[in-house]
Ligand binder design. Structure first.
Ligand code: MG
Length: 203
C-alpha cells in the first residue's frame, strides 16, 4: 500500500483524494507515462509517483514553480516559507527535497516550465493526465486543450478542484470538467471530494 506524503509536504490535496489518484495511476501507469500539471511542493506527485514506481512507469511533473495566482504575496494561499532570496515564490527546491525524501527521484521527472510551453515539444500519448495547474479560466482551458486529447484510449483524465457550486470554489476546473464530459471522448469515473476522473473511450 502507498504511504501518504509526510505531513510537512505542503499542498492542497486531502489524502482520500490522493489515494484515488494513486489507484488511477496504478491502473494506467504500465500503458505509458503520466503527466501532472501543477506540482507545487509534490503532494499529489508523491501519490502518482508511488503508483508509477510500482509499475516501472514515469511521471512527468510540470510546474514553473513560481506559484499560481493565489500563491503570490498578499494572496489567499501565500506561504512565506516558499519565497526565495530574491523575494519570489519558488517551490522547486521544496519539491525536489520532497520527491527525494519519498524515494521517487528515478520515477518523477520534473519539467520546470509552463504547461503550454511543454505541450509544444511533446508529441506522444499519456496514460494519465492530472490537471491541477492555474485555476484562472484561461489557464485551465489552455491545459485542457493541450493535454486532454493526448490521453490514450483506456487512459485517465483527472481534474482537481471541481466545484459545481460557485460558492464552494472557482469555476474554471468545473468548466473544463464539463467540456470533457460534453466531448464524447471520455466516460466519467467516480469523484472523491473535488477530484473527478474520466476514462478515455477507445476511438
Ligand atoms: Mg488543486
Amino acid at each position: 500500500m502507498p504511504q501518504p506524503p509526510h505531513d510537512d509536504v505542503r499542498g492542497f490535496l486531502p489524502d482520500e483524494e490522493g489515494l484515488q489518484l494513486y489507484h488511477w495511476a496504478r491502473e494506467t501507469a504500465a500503458l505509458g507515462p503520466l503527466l501532472e500539471i501543477g506540482s507545487y511542493c509534490g503532494r499529489s506527485t508523491i501519490w502518482l509517483g508511488q503508483a508509477a514506481k510500482e509499475k516501472q512507469g514515469l511521471v512527468f511533473a510540470v510546474d514553473h514553480h513560481r506559484g499560481s495566482e493565489e500563491h503570490q504575496p498578499g494572496e489567499s494561499h501565500h506561504d512565506t516559507a516558499l519565497v526565495n532570496q530574491r523575494g519570489e515564490v519558488d517551490t522547486l527546491s521544496m519539491f525536489r527535497r520532497n520527491i527525494e525524501a519519498a524515494g521517487l527521484e528515478d520515477t518523477v521527472i520534473a519539467v520546470v516550465t509552463r504547461s503550454a510551453q511543454f505541450a509544444r515539444s511533446w508529441s506522444g500519448q499519456l496514460s494519465m493526465v492530472f490537471i491541477d495547474g492555474g485555476h484562472s479560466l484561461s489557464a485551465a482551458l489552455s491545459d485542457f486543450r493541450a493535454w486532454a486529447p493526448r490521453v490514450m484510449p483506456g487512459g485517465i483524465l483527472a481534474i482537481h478542484d471541481v466545484f459545481p457550486d460557485p460558492a464552494a470554489g472557482g469555476q474554471a476546473p468545473f468548466t473544463i470538467w464539463r467540456l470533457a464530459e460534453a466531448s464524447g471522448l471520455f466516460e466519467p469515473l467516480k469523484s472523491v471530494g473535488s477530484l473527478r476522473g474520466f476514462r478515455r473511450i477507445a476511438a
